[in-house]
Each structure stands twice: as structure tokens, then as C-alpha cells.
Design a protein around this ligand. Sequence first.
Ligand code: IMP
Ligand code: MG
Length: 178
Amino acid sequence: MARVKVIDKEFEISIPEDRILKAIDDVAQKINKELDGTNPLFVCVLNGAFMFAADLMKRITIPCEISFVKVASYTGTSSTGHLKQLIGFNEEVQGRTIVLIEDIVDTGNTMVMLFDDIKKHNPADVRIATLLYKPEAYNKDIKLDYIGIEIPNEFIIGYGLDYNGQGRNLKDIYTLCK
Ligand code: IMP
Ligand code: MG
């Protein structure tokens, strides 16, 4: 499908599945090499990262664990962002190597809040693996250790990413038509 209609908007294919999987091969290879011997705990950030996490984990060949968090960020009357954990995880974080698995880093707000939250539990190391990255939108300092594909500052869906809850099931990535 070159084009899809989701709710009221038209999207056109921009990143086909084979290119996504090739990018994941490369990320997995780097992680397998760099984190061998650390028994990392992968933390998949729901909902968006579920598909990336599944394909990434199939390619991880070193001993490791995986867990899941579900978060929502709220901005109150003040400008401070607060992160609410809707599903937390029970694994011990202290002294461990943590790899946050994200679908996309846009402004970086979500990722920074989660990163700071995990840091409070004294991990040995926290790394970030994101399938997609919008460099034009990112305005934070935290290093993104493993990036699948850099994309322009446009709205996309598919491969876990949604538009108002729809489109997560698409196997390719689509960009909103202008
Ligand atoms: P950030 O906090 O601005 O980095 O945004 C991160 C979150 O916004 C992601 O986890 C996505 O859920 C969502 N998001 C950012 N860009 C897109 C997009 O192009 N399509 C769908 N969701 C997006
Ligand atoms: Mg999300």
C-alpha cells in the first residue's frame, strides 16, 4: 500500500519494512558488541515501542532481560513536565545497565523525564535506543546511543506509531501528506 487513510488524514509510505529491519539489524549488532557481559535490562516504553522492541530483541544474542513501562506526561499549570507511570516495572535497577527502547525521539521531553526517573534508582549505566529520531525537533543534551533512522520533522505513523490511536499495526512507516 503506497497510501493509507487513517481517520480523516492521508498518509504516504516513507520507510518500507525492509529498511526498518535493516536499521534494527545495525542497532542490534552495535548493542551485542558494546553491552556483551553486562546482562542489560531493556525497558520498552509502551505503547509506541512495542513493535521495535519485538524486532530488536529477536536480534539480541547476549544474555539480557526485558521489561515494560507505560508512561504519560502531564504539564500542569507550571511549565514543569511530570511523568506518571501507568505501568511500572519490578526489576532491580541499582547497579544495572539499562537500555531504554523508544519508538521515536521528537523534542526529547518524554525520554529525558524517563531517563531522570530511572537515574534516581542508581543504575550503573542508562542507554537509549530509539528507532526514529527527528534531529530538527530535538532540543535536549542527553546522548542518544543507538539511533535507527533519522527523519525530517514530519508527522508519521505505522510500525507502532499512531495517529489518535490508529495506525500502530501498519508494518511500514507512513508520512502525513502535505
Ligand atoms: P517527545 O517527548 O516530544 O520526544 O515525543 C515523544 C512521543 O511523542 C513519542 O513517544 C510518540 O508517542 C510521540 N510522537 C512524536 N512524534 C510522532 C510522530 O511523528 N508520530 C506519532 N507519534 C509521535
Ligand atoms: Mg509514545
